[in-house]
Design a protein around this ligand. Sequence first.
Ligand code: MTE
Length: 451
Amino acid sequence: MSQEVKKSGRLIRAPENFLAKDDVKSPALMRRKFLAASVSTAATSMAALGLATSTRTAHAAVGAGDPNILNLPAHSTGLGMPVAANPYGMPSQYEKGLQRRESPGLTRVSAASVAFTPLQGTFGIITPSGLHFERHHQGWWDIDPSKHRLMVMGMVKNPKVYTMDDIMRLPSVSRIHFIECGANTAMEWGNVAVPTVQYSHGMISCSEFTGVPLSVLLDDCGIDRKQARFVLAEGADGSSMTRTIPLVRALDDVLVAYGMNGEMLRPENGYPLRLVVPGIQGVSWVKWLRRIEVGDQKWATKDEAIHYIDLMPDGVHRQYTGIQEAKSVITTPSGGQTLLDKGFYNISGLAWSGRGKVKRVDVSVDGGRNWRQARLEGPVLTKAFTRFNIDWVWDGSPAVLQSRVQDETGYVQPKINQLRAVRGTRSIYHQNAIQSWKVAENGEVSNVQVY
Ligand code: MTE
């Protein structure tokens, strides 16, 4: 490797974290300021050591004379904060820019809106509970669990009403799964619409959910296995969220969950009870779950007759297309970030499939002409996020970064024009095309569509 490519890549993060408002205005100015500052710090240090300075050698000597090393800070000499100063731990004050955010102007009322997960700033495969995306049709509630009830009725021998205590006494399981809103990446059907991965792909999160398998409750109520074909799940909020789920799926891996990432669900995510329907679009993960009805046909409720359907090019609506097909996205470098210099970068991203496990992820840095296989970081779990990484040495010329997932069924993530050929451009839901990030010569990364 030449001296030039040995440098480790430094990057300005997306506007959502670490940057002051003024800096966000001009990434180019920020880049110049950063380069000037790093060269002058190194130059001062090396002058003190009587060394000749050049940009090339500045990098190696950057630690010499650094006041952050030479002057002992208060945290090395004084007494720190007491235990339990924050009885419920919070992120560092320096991380407060990393937040879920509402996309301005997306909906007219914030209670019926989305707050997107900042995928560009999370690591590994678990989304911290405080950053889990939120999607409500009629606002969220913090429901008193002692008053919450779940009714199971319909084609069962013994209809029952469960309290939270009843449910939490039953045998439970914990599983890691992604939840993706069917409308994730919806804004990009026609053309590029949003600048960062938070807004293009942030209607997805991955958590460990704890609860009772729905099959346990259905058996407890004596489900009529001869006649029953579907179940209906209903939420307790004002949106009357109701979704049909085929019985085969309900008896497979669906959970009635009260736990998320080791504690009770957060109110925004359905406290005290929600349905977990692995691999299926988020709308079926009914929050504030209050009723399960067993029946022999689909209900065609408003949320499956006029919403969450796919408008096909011939004008026909496709209904009940719940499975979230395989999809992947590079989370860094990604839109809104700026690469500060040439050299080594770790390209990192997330892949998932509603049909099972991720088998492989390939990455291209030239807009899809050449592909290299990325490393899948374990664990690789079914219907969960899989983190991938791949090394890249940026030579400073324009590049287009893409990732392409293949799942265990052999399904390969399509290009946007392949998807449009089948689905047209008037759909809202189930947009799982390959995402392209353009790296310009000045290091700025932006959202583009490449065919
Ligand atoms: N359940 C109820 N009762 N009310 C809702 O508005 N929104 C649905 C689903 N379950 C919703 C609901 C939609 S569209 C999605 S994408 C997911 O919840 C979002 O779950 P989250 O807010 O925990 O991310």
